[in-house]
Design a protein around this ligand. Structure first.
Ligand code: GLU
Length: 508
């Protein structure tokens, strides 16, 4: 066990960071902060064929948006850098050479055709796996089957080669995963994985293990899709002589589709119109656009809270947690073993909870910007009042505009069900009197508008039930909405009188 807790999030910049990756980063962050440790961001960009420009910036921006700040990384400094693997090539070469010198790795010169032929041969022989391993390596062109001279000559003449790990037969590989617990694999099931590619770059496996070691990583917390690689990594630690300081592993459960059937996929998300990326992304190669949570109107606090609960539980009924509270409550023991359904409705619920707790003043800042884009003039007080009235009833800030149209335009249609049930002679004459009574006021508060209405109702010997819905429909066109007296106060007496008059003549 290492003294200091040091964890890392190690994304490959091959496209937009998936929301599952964001969850992995969050759990790393929470675990680090909870244990007064360090959270490191390392960019794993050794696969040049899959490099996508903008992907690294996207990761940084996501973290900024969500408030997950690494302690070490490209933009954050630290003693264990460089934090981009393409800048650490010489290190990987050194360790690959060490393994070769110690007989734990070897050069392999096989061409793609020779590899295909090997697989074909094994397939025809009905072998269990068609891989390059302790059995098949004997039949291939590598530094174990060729003479030292032949090998030297091939390297000297620039023949393309890879370096492979020489996995010994019949070794018991054991590891303890903090989520999955004890895992045992026989090394016969592990193939001679490539460590260095013919382009001189390390593979993920070598670079990942070397960096976790050199960066003093105490815990590797990553997605379950990496579980099959873990035994190979354990062997690499052994062969490099680092077993004693090997990090602990924790493989996080998969994110599943909302119905629980299979892995969460972009295709399925696109079909149902929900995001699986934190922010909008345009693929620079294909120009394909993916929608992001941020642009859809999700709040960073809500996404953090939602992701935290997607695979972890606090062991209590509490659902709402700030980032600091999550740090306080987080523990590895409470990570679920089974996959978690990606329930977008739950994300919406979190958004609602956070939205309604934001002050009207703060909400109005964003709303006024939106109104400006719509070329709509609106005094700040009015925007604040609208936010106050609507915030309990909406999920996304954009809905202040889409669901608040009646604050800006008089209704052009009236809810027909209300008209059928409530638009009668008595209601009409109360409305006419209310309109006249309002006419004398300059400004109005919700209380005043209610007092005026009550006086009118008293005069008619009627109760509020006789007119409330008709009044709402006359003012907003709709059957439901926030506090009607609040709406009337925002619109002001003149506008409300005019709307009632219009309704009386339009509906008849
Ligand atoms: N580069 C790997 C990825 O993109 C990192 C996996 C790990 O954390 O070991 O997910």
């Amino acid at each position: 066990m290492k003294n200091e807790i040091r964890v890392r999030f190690a994304p490959s910049p091959t496209g937009a960071l998936h929301i599952g990756g964001v969850r992995t980063a969050l759990y790393n962050y929470l675990f680090a902060k909870k244990n007064k440790g360090k959270f490191i961001l390392r960019i794993e960009d050794t696969d040049q064929s899959r490099f996508v420009s903008g992907a690294e910036e996207y990761i940084h921006e996501t973290f900024k948006w969500l408030g997950i700040v690494p302690d070490e990384g490209i933009e954050f400094g630290g003693e264990a850098g460089p934090y981009r693997q393409s800048e650490r090539k010489a290190l990987y070469h050194g360790y690959a050479r060490q393994l070769i010198e110690e007989g734990k790795a070897y050069y392999a010169f096989d061409t793609p055709e020779e590899l295909d032929a090997m697989r074909q041969r094994l397939k025809e022989a009905k072998a269990d796996h068609q891989v390059y391993d302790s059995l098949t390596r004997e039949t291939m062109r590598n530094s174990l089957t060729l003479s030292k001279e032949e090998t030297g000559e091939l390297i000297k003449t620039g023949a393309p080669y890879v370096i492979r790990l020489k996995v010994e037969r019949d070794q018991k590989v054991r590891l303890y995963d903090m989520v999955r617990e004890e895992i045992k694999v026989n090394s016969n099931y592990i193939d001679d994985k490539i460590l260095m590619k013919s382009d001189g770059m390390p593979t993920y496996h070598l670079a990942n293990v070397v960096d976790d070691h050199l960066m003093n990583i105490s815990h590797v917390i990553r997605g379950e899709e990496w579980l099959p690689s873990a035994p190979l990594h354990v062997l690499l630690y052994q062969y490099l002589g680092w077993s004693d300081s090997m990090p602990q592993f924790a493989h996080l459960p998969l994110l599943l589709k909302p119905d629980g059937n299979g892995k969460l996929s972009k295709r399925d998300a696109d079909k149902h119109g929900y995001p699986v990326f934190p922010m909008d992304w345009i693929d620079p190669k294909t120009s394909e656009t993916s929608i992001g949570f941020r642009e859809q109107g999700y709040l960073p606090e809500a996404i953090v809270n939602f992701l935290a609960m997607l695979g972890w539980n606090p062991g209590t009924e509490q659902e709402l947690f700030t980032l600091d509270q999550l740090v306080e409550a987080f523990s590895m023991e409470r990570i679920n073993k089974s996959g978690s359904k990606f329930d977008v409705e739950k994300a919406n619920w979190f958004n609602q909870q956070y939205l309604k707790n934001i002050s009207n003043e703060k909400l109005a800042v964003g709303f006024l910007k939106l109104l400006e884009e719509e070329n709509m003039d609106c005094p700040r007080e009015k925007a604040e009042a609208i936010c106050g009235l609507l915030k309990e009833r909406i999920t996304f800030p954009g809905e202040f505009w889409t669901k608040g149209q009646y604050f800006f335009y008089p209704p052009t249609e009236y809810d027909q069900r209300v008209i059928r049930k409530k638009w009668n002679d008595e209601a009409k004459s109360i409305l006419a009197d209310y309109k006249n009574a309002l006419g004398v006021a300059d400004t109005i508060t919700p209380e005043l508008s209610l007092n005026i209405l009550n006086e009118v109702l008293e005069k008619h010997g009627a109760g509020p039930g006789s007119v409330m819905q008709a009044l709402r429909v006359a003012v907003t066109g709709m059957a439901g909405g926030p506090d009607l007296m609040g709406i009337i106060a925002v619109l002001g007496p003149d506008e409300v009188s005019e709307r009632i008059e219009n309704a009386l003549s339009n509906i008849g």
